[in-house]
Design a binder for this molecule. Structure first.
Ligand code: ADP
Length: 336
């Protein structure tokens, strides 16, 4: 699965590699480093001492000991000195080196804390952005499940222009209690009669009925299904499948399931992720959601946020997920 943003103690995560925001001496300190060493036990420190330290932006691996992981990857983040000291490049390099090392070790999953965003003083929003971008770039060429662990949700900064715009949009559009008789959220389970294989999708209507037949024949009415619509839209946009599912933050395996099963029933988050990847406008999004039996609702905060991004033509799934995470809403794409 691709990137998952979660709020948890990183020492409790079960995955192949846990990344430690270490110092260059690789000697147990405070913050996440202290937590990892405490949970792993003293043998972790003993192995660290044999590694001869680590430079800023680089990464070194040890065993996981008592942690639920095979490896701890120690990387040293830059200290924030105002932003003009190549902090961004160095921080990017921490993620890249750790991911490359995890790949070399055959890891299929890795969990990152927000490196440098604690004692080293990196602004949390920017650190989070770099974490997401660098991991997303890596995942364009590689398959791995990447967890970005945000320990303290409130640490994310919501002071930017984007967040004040989102807040304004929510104030104008979010309806806490839906009093309408017919809410926008339809959740329609469509009854579709089983299609003949290869049937392209328009309505098949019989104009003549054999008069001997007493029983009413079953009309085969067959709409284009969600997965058929998805594949058509991908073609229309001239996209490659892989480009589409990666932009949607969707797992390759999930995409092949959808591809091979015309009747696949996706979750709402999966549908929305594809709408974003395909850069659909609001009407097209409504249409695609309906194919899967869903609709956007202005009484669901997450829907209002996604709607804001679509209306602003901002189709960056990672920014959208960051905003959804900030508001404690379900994220788009493959989610845990
Ligand atoms: P640095 O020195 O690189 O800034 P810190 O450990 O001080 O490292 O903080 C890095 C990030 O890790 C911070 O965002 C902090 O909130 C977070 N953090 C601290 N403890 C944990 C933990 N147990 N699990 C996940 N993240 C944690």
């Amino acid at each position: 699965m691709p990137i998952q943003i979660i709020r948890q103690d990183i020492t409790k995560i079960k995955c192949d590699a846990i990344v430690n925001a270490a110092n260059k001496y690789l000697i147990a300190g405070g913050g996440v480093d202290g937590a990892i060493h405490r949970a792993a036990g003293p043998r972790l420190q003993a192995e660290c001492l044999k590694l001869g330290g680590c430079n800023v932006g680089e990464a070194k691996a040890t065993g996981g000991y008592k942690l639920n992981c095979k490896y701890v990857i120690h990387t040293v983040g830059p200290k924030w000195k105002g932003g003009n000291n190549n902090e961004a490049e160095k921080l990017e390099s921490c993620y890249k080196s750790s991911l490359e090392l995890a790949k070399e070790k055959g890891c299929e999953s890795i969990a990152f804390p927000l490196i440098s965003a604690g004692v080293y003083g990196y602004p949390v929003g920017e650190a989070f952005e770099i974490a997401q971008r660098t991991c997303a770039d890596f995942l364009k060429e590689n398959d791995m499940t990447v967890y970005i662990v945000v320990f303290n949700r409130s640490a994310l900064e919501f002071s930017s222009k984007l967040y004040s715009d989102i807040r304004e949009y929510i104030d104008d559009n979010y309806v806490e209690e839906q009093l309408e008789l017919y809410p926008r959220s339809l959740n329609i389970e469509r009854s579709i009669s089983a299609p003949a294989k290869g049937f392209a999708g328009s309505m098949a209507v019989m104009d003549e009925m054999p008069c001997e037949s007493a029983s009413v024949p079953e009309f085969k009415i067959r709409d284009e299904s969600f997965s058929e619509m998805l594949l058509r839209k991908i073609d229309e946009k001239g996209m490659k499948d892989s480009e589409c599912y990666k932009r949607a933050n969707i797992d390759r395996k999930l995409f092949s399931k959808i591809r091979s099963n015309p009747e696949y029933k996706p979750s709402k988050q999966t549908v929305l992720a594809f709408c974003i990847a395909l850069e659909l406008d609001l009407d097209e999004t409504d249409e695609m959601l309906l194919k899967a039996g869903f609709a956007l609702s202005n009484s669901i905060l997450g829907d209002v946020i996604v709607e804001y991004f679509i209306k602003s033509k901002n189709y960056d799934i990672f920014k959208i997920n960051e905003a959804l995470f900030a508001y404690d809403q379900k994220l788009l794409g493959s989610v845990a």
